[in-house]
Ligand binder design. Structure first.
Ligand SMILES: NC(=O)c1ccc[n+]([C@@H]2O[C@H](COP(=O)([O-])OP(=O)(O)OC[C@H]3O[C@@H](n4cnc5c(N)ncnc54)[C@H](OP(=O)(O)O)[C@@H]3O)[C@@H](O)[C@H]2O)c1
Length: 218
């Protein structure tokens, strides 16, 4: 697949590039194409120059891709998404974006009026674009460490079965994340809100690089 990472120069974008770069064509997007090129070169070096990772501006990255992952902070999501609308055709868009704030004591979920970041993205993109939400509770630092075997689950929300399947395949390629279907895109607020919950638990209990996994008691 050709995967564009919008704002892929940041923490989670680098993690996806590291994990998917040897199997897929990765296009790191940025507001600054030189910065994207430097990020791509750094990941290629980390992977021993095995892979296909390039960098360009965000709009060009979207235009070239089958799958677009929105790797920007929530505060920039709306203008990045609506500002690049014309670059989209029929890509699959994955949103790991969590609208949350920190009040000095704890993290809180702060969804937009659409109900969740994913529903906001849905409302801003052309209808032909499929939107899936996933990876909200995956730690970027752990993702960036290619040798780290992760034990977490990836909760995936979406309204299109083939799109969910592609997101699940991409999650399953990261050893050893387990993709779980969490329901329609309307449920994304519940999944997004797990991130501030997880960060609060991690801070209070000094758990590094925390993740979430569902256990079966049977
Ligand atoms: N970090 C995690 O562990 C983690 C885990 C799960 C989900 N997420 C979600 O993933 C998203 C990205 O998180 P992150 O930690 O990777 O973010 P980040 O490193 O703080 O930023 C990612 C990129 O966003 C771009 N950006 C910053 N300000 C911008 C602006 N005003 N307009 C357009 N682009 C801007 C920058 O790219 P350029 O300067 O190159 O344009 C930056 O490198 C967030 O929505 C977060 O909720 C993060």
């Amino acid at each position: 697949m050709k995967i564009a990472l919008i704002g892929g120069t940041g923490d989670i974008g680098r993690g996806f590039a590291v994990r998917w770069g040897q199997k897929h064509e990765i296009i790191i997007g940025s507001r600054n194409s030189d910065k994207a090129g430097e990020s791509a070169a750094a990941v290629m070096q980390l992977l021993g120059h095995v892979g296909n990772i390039t960098g360009t501006d965000n709009a060009s990255a979207i235009a070239k891709a089958d799958v677009v992952v929105l790797c920007v902070p929530y505060g920039n999501l709306s203008h990045v998404t609506s500002g690049l609308q014309e670059a989209y055709k029929n890509q699959l868009v994955i949103s790991p974006v969590v609208p949350m704030t920190y009040n000095g004591k704890f993290f809180q979920y702060h969804p937009p009026m659409e109900g969740s970041a994913a529903l906001q993205v849905r409302s801003l993109l052309p209808q032909g674009v499929k939107v899936v939400s996933a990876f909200h509770t995956i730690c970027a630092a752990a993702l960036q460490d290619i040798n780290r075997v992760m034990k977490a689950d990836v909760f995936i929300c979406g309204d299109d079965a083939p799109a969910i399947e592609i997101a699940a395949q991409l999650a399953g390629e990261i050893k050893s994340l387990r993709p779980l279907n969490a329901g329609p895109l309307a449920v994304s607020s519940m999944v997004e809100s797990l991130t501030p919950f997880l960060l609060n638990v991690a801070r209070k209990n000094k758990i590094k690089d925390a993740g979430i996994a569902v256990v079966s008691e049977r």
